[in-house]
Structure formats: C-alpha cells, structure tokens
Ligand binder design. Structure first.
Ligand SMILES: Cc1cc2nc3c(=O)[nH]c(=O)nc-3n(C[C@H](O)[C@H](O)[C@H](O)COP(=O)(O)OP(=O)(O)OC[C@H]3O[C@@H](n4cnc5c(N)ncnc54)[C@H](O)[C@@H]3O)c2cc1C
Length: 491
C-alpha cells in the first residue's frame, strides 16, 4: 500500500490542477495529484484568449517555470513545441444563419484579439497540453496517482484519501486539498456545500466532437461570392461561431487539420436525454451552409464518438474554506461562449497559489476573498452570456450584446497590468455592473416590441453610448461595420 503524507492533495490533473501542482511543488510544498483518468485523454475547452496568455506568462515569471513561456504565444509555441498540437487563434468570428435560408453576407462580425500570428492566441489540443503540464508538475516534484478509484474524507488534521490505484491500494493524507475535478466537484460533494445554480439565467447544453474534412468558412464564403478581404484576419484562424436561430456552433481549427466543433442548444429539462447523433444531423440538415461545410467531414475524436452534455450551468455557494479550495471550473461553469474558461482557471490558479504561498496569517482571508470573487465572476459571465441567447434569432442583437463582453475584456487587456488577479473581467467595476443591468432591460424592451431594422439600430445606438466609458477600441462604431481590427490586445 502506498501511504504518504503531503502538504497538499490536488484532485484532478487537468491543465488547472497540473499547473497549480507545478507551482506549489516548485515552491517547496509536497504535492500529490490524483486523477480518475490517465493522460493523454480527450478534454474539451480549447480556445485561449489574451488574458489567458498574460496570466500564463505571469505564472512562468512569478514561479520560475520558464517551460510555460513558449505556450503563451502561437509563434514561440510552434518553434519550441511542434509536437504539441495547437491552432492559430487571431480572434473571434461570427456568422449568422437562419433556418433553411442561404447565408446573408451582412450577418458577419469579426473581432481581432491578437495583432499578428507571431503573438497570437492559440487553440489548445487539450490531450497534448494537459499531458505536457502534468509531466511538468511531475518534473518539478509533484507526485501523481492516475486511474485512481478513491474515497475522500475529512480528518481532524486535514484530509484522508483511500483508494485503489492502477497497481496497488493507496492511502494519502494532506492538510489542504484543492478540488480541480471540474464538474465532478469531489470536495464540494464531500463537504455537502450548497449549490446555487438556480441563480443562473443561462440554460444551454452541448453536443461536440473533433472532425476532419470540415471545409473552411473562408472557402465557403468565397464560393458564395462573399469578399473575405474585409476580414481583419483569416476568419478561420479564430473561435468561429455560427449563430443559429436558437443556439450557436463553435469551430476551432487545429494545425493537424482537425477541427473542434460543438453545437450549443437550449437545455432540455431535468432527466430529459438527447441523442447526440440525431441532434447533430438535424442541425446540419436545417442550415444549408453547415450542411455543405460538413459534407465531407468525419468524426475523429473522442474515441467514444459524439459527446452530449446535460445543462452545463452550475454554481456552488462557497469556493474555498479553511483547508480547501476549488478551481473556478469546479466552482461553476456557464457556457463556452466568449471562451472565458481557460483564462478564468488561470486567474484562479494564481489566486489560490498566492493564498497558499503567501503569509500564513493571511491565508484564510485570501481564500475567502477568492471564494466570493470567483462566484461573483461566474454570475457576471452568466449575464454576459445570457443576453446573447436572449437576442436570438436576431444576429444584430446577438452581436450587439457580445460587445459588452468585448468592452469588459478589452478594458482589462488595456489595463497597466492585465494579469492583475484581483478581479477577472473587471467584475468589481460597479458602474459597469449597473450599465449591464440597464442594458438587459433595454434589450428586453427591444425584444418585446418585435424589433425591425429601426429598433435594432436604436438598441445598437443606445448601447454605443452606454458603453462609451469602457470602449477604448471603437466597439459598435458604424465605420467598422462589424469588422474590428483595433480590438487586438496590446503587445
Ligand atoms: C463544452 C465546453 C466547451 C468549452 N470551451 C471552452 C473554450 O473554448 N475556451 C475556454 O477557455 N474554456 C472552454 N471551456 C471551459 C474549459 O473546459 C474549462 O475552463 C477547463 O477545462 C477547466 O480546466 P480544469 O483543469 O480546471 O478542469 P478539467 O479540464 O475539467 O479537468 C478535470 C480533471 O479532473 C479529473 N477528474 C474528474 N473527476 C474526477 C474525480 N472524481 N477525481 C479525480 N479526478 C477527476 C478529469 O479526469 C480531469 O483530468 C469549455 C467547457 C465546456 C464544457
């Protein structure tokens, strides 16, 4: 039997758990990572952002982990780690589609996030990246236990994990435990922490997989005579969003030619199950553009076939306590829209690391601040996402509501220290919060009036004025006509 005592047990060795383990081990703590699965394994959540890049770079500097630095930009990633699959992500592109109708070229929105390919964001093939970070944690001293079936319980002096590893039984003790298990939320479950998902307004679920043979959007547009030269960067080197009548589809292109694709749909009721293949085929059959784009596509990952989730939204009422902390994506989750997950996780990793490695007497206070902050941030993301869905099927309302996210994120990207961790997306900006509530009321009034072009333009105009204090990059400017080059993060 492996029987060991550690300072910290990190449950879950996704990129978040692995990075936190690497930081703590590198800083001298004894750390054990425990995962039910084994690397490499399929994982979803692949599209990075400038805030994620700067947070990762800051971790590399603060904790003497130079191995991370190449992964913060596309150019250095490709030179240093060609064996780790990634994709070029210059920003966000959106294309509106109506059921059964041909694509209308006026329904486009392209927003730059990175100024050049060299400094660009990336799409992470998570099986590669997570394994790399897991191995890094091992190299800097963390112990790891994979494929473990276990039971966790509290003890007077901390935590006890007993279980069966791949070769032998194990019994591990630690003073502190980090829950990095994502939706499993093992520590939250063990402690019986109350859930507050009912506070969330977004209701969506996903069907997804990785495909080969998906035609590029640019190719499809050129075929329809649409001028792609208007795009500030290649629209496929992006988090591509196909905005549909009642949901949207993401497409993230990797350099090995495969594409992560997923449909986001209105969530079914509790206990209702969807058939992923049926949903997928129906959606392709409904939207002629997608039908043609996928005509030669085949599913290549994961080995189990198309994946379907239930409702994705969840939120805990407490994200840290005296001797435990949960990473952001364990504390809650809203939706893939706006690609907030990786950046939020990295902000969480930094805050938990700072609490654990800082002055001992401040640890409790810092963990409490973290707990409240991460919950407030998830509620804020809920507001940023829910309004987009509410605007459907109007592509213009969807696009206008997206500008609230871009105002929040570009404000943080342009701040003197974008990786400053006190608040993710500027959630502590009270004025922005007030404006967001007013914007939602205005959106509702617009929707209630069954809007035509004039009402849509009037909402955009109202929002342009309301956003002005946070709009450093020309969002909603009529001259941009939905094509934003000036939104790229400062280098
Ligand atoms: C459909 C979807 C699409 C997304 N798209 C994006 C995106 O484009 N961009 C973005 O930034 N974010 C996205 N996200 C969010 C992103 O996936 C998460 O933010 C990210 O995966 C969090 O990483 P993590 O390491 O904290 O947890 P995870 O990646 O969830 O890793 C959890 C780890 O815990 C292990 N585990 C599970 N149960 C147990 C257990 N009981 N005991 C021990 N180990 C366990 C798992 O094997 C895994 O290794 C998306 C999420 C979803 C659901």
């Amino acid at each position: 039997m492996a029987s060991n005592a550690y300072d910290v047990l990190v449950l879950g060795s996704g990129f978040g758990g692995s990075l936190l383990s690497a930081i703590l081990a590198k800083s001298g703590m004894s750390v054990a990572m425990v995962d039910r699965a084994r690397h490499p394994r399929f994982a979803i959540g692949e599209s990075s952002t400038p805030l994620a890049d700067s947070a990762l770079a800051q971790i590399a500097k603060d904790y003497d982990l130079p191995e991370l630095m190449p992964l913060t930009k596309y150019g250095s990633w490709k030179r240093s780690h060609p064996e780790l699959t990634c994709g070029l992500k210059r920003g966000f592109s959106y294309f509106g589609h109506r059921r059964g109708q041909p694509f209308d070229a006026s329904d486009q929105l392209v927003v730059a996030a990175s100024a050049s390919d060299e400094v660009s964001d990336t799409q992470w093939l998570r099986s590669d990246v997570d394994q790399f970070l897991f191995q890094l944690a091992n190299q800097v001293g963390a112990d790891s236990y994979e494929g473990v079936d276990y039971h966790l319980e509290t003890e007077q002096a901390g935590w006890r994990l007993t279980g069966v590893g791949e070769t032998s039984p194990l019994s591990l003790h630690a003073e502190f435990v980090v829950d990095a298990t994502g939706p499993a939320g093992v520590v939250l479950e063990t402690l019986g922490i109350a859930d507050q998902t009912h506070e969330l307004k977004t209701r969506s679920q996903a069907v997804f997989g990785h495909f080969a043979g998906v035609r590029t959007v640019a190719d499809m547009l050129v075929e329809r005579g649409v001028d792609c030269d208007r795009h500030p960067f290649s629209c496929d080197a992006a988090a591509v969003h196909h905005v549909l009548d009642d949901g949207w589809m993401w497409q993230l292109r990797f350099d090995d030619g495969t594409v992560s694709c997923g449909h986001m749909l209105p969530a079914l009721g509790d206990g209702e199950m969807l058939n992923p293949r049926q949903v997928w085929d129906e959606r392709l059959a409904t939207y002629p553009f997608l039908h043609r784009q996928f005509s030669g596509a085949t599913l290549v990952r994961p080995s189990g076939g198309l994946q379907a989730t239930g409702r994705l939204q969840r939120l805990t009422s407490v994200a840290a306590g005296r001797n435990w902390a949960a990473l952001p994506s364990t504390a809650g989750f809203i939706d893939p829209l706006h690609s907030t997950g990786i950046a939020h996780t990295l902000f969480g990793v930094r805050r938990i690391a700072a609490a654990m490695l800082g002055e001992n007497r401040l640890r409790q206070q810092r963990l409490q601040v973290y707990s409240q902050a991460v919950i407030d941030e998830l509620k804020f993301i809920d507001q940023l996402v829910e309004g987009c869905y509410a605007g459907l099927p109007h592509f213009r309302l969807w696009s206008a509501w997206c500008m609230l996210y871009f105002a929040a994120v570009t404000s943080q990207e342009h701040a003197s220290d974008p990786a400053e961790v006190s608040s993710f997306l500027g959630v502590d900006d009270v004025e922005f919060g007030r404006m967001l509530i007013m914007a939602r009321q205005k959106l509702q009034a617009t929707l209630d009036g069954d809007p035509g072009p004039e009402e849509l333009a009037s909402f955009e105009s109202w929002l342009r004025d309301a956003l002005q204090p946070w709009n450093r990059v020309g969002l909603l400017s009529p001259e941009a006509a939905g094509m934003y080059a000036s939104t790229a993060a400062p280098i």
